[in-house]
Write a protein that binds this ligand. Sequence first.
Ligand SMILES: Nc1nc2c(ncn2[C@@H]2O[C@H](COP(=O)(O)OP(=O)(O)OP(=O)(O)O)[C@@H](O)[C@H]2O)c(=O)[nH]1
Length: 327
Amino acid sequence: MTDSQLKNMTRTTSYGLTAFFMFFLAIQNYRYGFYELVYTATFLIPLLGFGIAYTYAQRFFEIKDHAHPILLAVMVVLIASNINETSSNATLWLYPIGLLSYLVLPFRMSNVFNAGVLISLTFFIMIQQGLFNSLSFFTSYLLISSVASIFAYLHHHKNRKLIELSLHDPLTGAYNMKHLDDTLTKEISRSHVTGNTLSLIALKVDYFDQFTDVHGNNAAKDLTIELSEMLGGMIRAGDSHYYDDNSLFYMLLPNTPQEGMLIMTERVRRTVEETKWQTIGTMTVSVGCTTSTEKPTTAESLLKEVQCALSDAEANGHNRVNHFTQQ
Ligand SMILES: Nc1nc2c(ncn2[C@@H]2O[C@H](COP(=O)(O)OP(=O)(O)OP(=O)(O)O)[C@@H](O)[C@H]2O)c(=O)[nH]1
């Protein structure tokens, strides 16, 4: 299940459960003779139904999320219209809306929404029913929305960590190969639309296996981290670098023509050669590079081209930049 399918399912279920809860509250109010709240429920339940329909439509059409906060705000106003000098039963109906907001709105927006409800309704109840009732609403709504907010925050935080872990290589902090596949596919489509050239570079430390045999795995890891930091510092905003394995790096340069890419790769090769490396003193790298042509291409074929160019650079004596040429 994709992220957006899961989000839509959560929203639909949350609207459905809230509608069920409202229906139950409406029956209770009918039994006790609070007919105004029953009338309000006849508006609220269709509004929640609209929320379900809107979420469903979002699966098929590119519709923004704007309707969700508006829908929740309308429901709060409808409920608040039942609060008067004598009755505060309607405040009970606000809690499920507050909880619903954490399930259908983005985290920050739901915090702002609940803060707005808390402040405006506290003042409104104070005017209608005095300080004691408004304080009682304030404390109970604050407690419930804070608990919901803490849970939502934990979920949001874990989610961000998981996304980061799924995109980055744990050793170097560079992006991983799965992310390169995804980004490359997107950038290829973009370059077809805009007509801008896309450049891809593969770079590998020369004689890295021998280095590992002599200096050990830890030194090899330290060198890889050092090199990754250097590459990350040399690329421009909009470029990105990726780590595969065995000291093999890729760099993706959108909107960069062949001449620009050759300037950039030669600069990287020379900088590596001239740098005093903590773990090894001096070292060199071989670089393979390719640029997208006007012909339709795929991420797979660009990767093959760049790997082929890198193998040729290594076969022709290492410490060189080699641009892929069609045989
Ligand atoms: N994408 C990308 N291209 C680069 C980078 N460095 C150099 N280039 C390319 O090489 C060309 C010449 O770059 P430089 O030698 O830095 O000259 P420059 O006058 O600073 O280049 P501009 O910043 O584009 O004006 C640029 O126009 C780019 O196409 C880089 O880090 N990333």
